[in-house]
Write a protein that binds this ligand. Sequence first.
Ligand code: GDP
Ligand code: MG
Length: 198
Amino acid sequence: MPEQSNDYRVVFGAGGVGKSSLVLRFVKGTFRERYIPTIEDTYQQVISYDKSICTLQITDTTGTHQFPAMQHLSISKEHNFILVYSITSHQSLEELRPIYEQICQIKGDVESIPIILVGNKNDENQNREVESSEGEAMDKKWKCAFMETSAKLNHNVKELFQELLNLEKRRTVSLQIDGKKTKQQKRKEKLKGKCVVM
Ligand code: GDP
Ligand code: MG
């Protein structure tokens, strides 16, 4: 009987880059052209991962600046982060910098925290302002993973959430090198993890 976990949690921030669209595409398989600003919505998605069943809790939040106290609280509570910008807006990439810096400040050692940088809307190549190479350079600087997605065309959306779980797993495995743990403890820790998507 596979174990079940409700511990994964994903929270989103930033404005108009397609965070809600990525969540809705992943959870409901839908896409809407119309922009409806988010304050905060929570979704659950049950997935099968590594012979276990996990319930991903996804909290989709508003833009970066409107509610700084909410953002601070989200970063404090969570352990995994997806930072979303739009490839059609250089400004949206720049807006991630203060969030990244806040994660560093609150979490300390960022190298041990799973972070994915996401360039969404990559179907809009004709309006591209951020080259893929720039995203790649950023991921080296920030020591995080990088991926381009399109919520509209359903490109790399499932892969994004999969990669998040992979990163979390890798982190847990490397933490285990230090201390010997029982099989059960290891399994439990593998299934634990919280994420913030911004
Ligand atoms: P949020 O504020 O970051 O949650 O952004 P939304 O998900 O609400 O999306 C903002 C706008 O961008 C909406 O009009 C969406 O239809 C559009 N959008 C979202 N994702 C994509 C995408 O991958 N490609 C294109 N072309 N438009 C997108
Ligand atoms: Mg939204």
